[in-house]
Write a protein that binds this ligand. Structure first.
Ligand SMILES: C[S@@+](CC[C@H](N)C(=O)[O-])C[C@H]1O[C@@H](n2cnc3c(N)ncnc32)[C@H](O)[C@@H]1O
Length: 269
């Protein structure tokens, strides 16, 4: 991501959650607040860009010049939404299970425009939330929150950290986070922006599966509406990482054993 600008992919995942909440049936993750983070102009821009990308992913449909609504629906259902929506649903299901077993702290690494703290007020009575993100993305989010005039829950804490170079542990120490209490950590869609060294050898809480979450539970239950089960999600994530391996140090073959090692078998999907 660019040093001084909001992460475009954080806005793109917000667009996916907003689109799913307003267009899909059944809904597997109803982020009814996501759309409010995007201006009309941003929503229109993502719509145009996604439609323009259709021929790259479906040359046949692209060549038939479908109307923009059809083109966008194909892109969302097949390219943009499944991974984002599935991982969000999985993470929040696992989070709720963790809360019910006594966990009272939730750390989101690379939180983007996550709306949990506003969408689940009943959970905020039982939980302190620590949103960690790159300073530029977090500044954008806080500006949008101020424009929306949403009341900030008292137990929501913003922690600006560049995970590529800053110490997460030091940043958490400066916050009300209690290192002696258990925390649920989600880390969705972030590790492929970091080097292998930053992920494995930095002070990130790497008891978690790369780019998924700090849970060791694997769910094989299918989700409705063509969305993925967790093992399938891991598999897709590792493929995505592998596609970037020319630029990064990840590869398909190096990621799978890592995910397996952390408790999620991704090779059987
Ligand atoms: C694809 S978005 C995912 C956002 C959110 N987790 C989601 O699933 O919608 C990637 C996130 O990683 C964050 N990110 C990328 N590089 C980062 C870095 N060096 N330090 C901290 N956050 C970073 C971006 O700011 C952005 O919020």
């Amino acid at each position: 991501m660019k040093e001084d600008r909001v992460s475009i992919t954080a806005l793109l995942t917000t667009y996916a959650r907003a689109y799913h909440a307003t267009h899909d049936t059944p809904k597997i993750f109803d982020d009814f607040l996501a759309g409010q983070f995007l201006s009309e102009k941003e929503r229109a821009w993502f719509g145009v860009k996604l439609v323009e990308a259709l021929p790259l992913f479906n040359p046949e449909l692209g060549a038939s010049h479908p109307d923009p609504t059809t083109a966008l629906a194909w892109m969302m259902k097949n390219r943009n939404a499944p991974t984002t929506i599935s991982r969000a649903r999985y993470a929040e299901d696992a989070l709720v299970a963790a809360i019910n077993s006594g966990v009272q702290q939730y750390i989101l690494l690379g939180a983007g425009m996550d709306t949990f703290a506003f969408r689940r007020p009943e959970m905020m009575k039982r939980l302190a939330v620590f949103e960690v993100d790159h300073p530029a993305t977090q500044a954008f989010k806080r500006k949008r929150l101020a424009e929306l005039q949403w009341e900030l829950p008292p137990r929501l804490h913003f922690i600006p950290v560049d995970l590529a170079k800053d110490s997460l542990v030091a940043a958490l120490q400066r916050s009300p986070h209690d290192p002696l209490q258990a925390s649920f950590v989600s880390w969705l869609g972030v590790t492929y922006y970091l080097t292998r060294d930053a992920v494995l050898n930095g002070d990130l809480p790497f008891h978690s599966a790369p780019q998924v979450c700090s849970f060791s539970q694997t769910s094989n239950s299918p989700l409705p509406g063509g969305f993925c089960s967790y093992p399938c999600l891991c598999f897709r994530s590792s493929l995505l990482i592998a596609r970037r391996c020319n630029r990064r140090t990840w590869s398909r073959t190096s990621v799978s054993p890592l995910i397996w090692h952390r408790g999620s078998n991704c090779s059987n999907t």
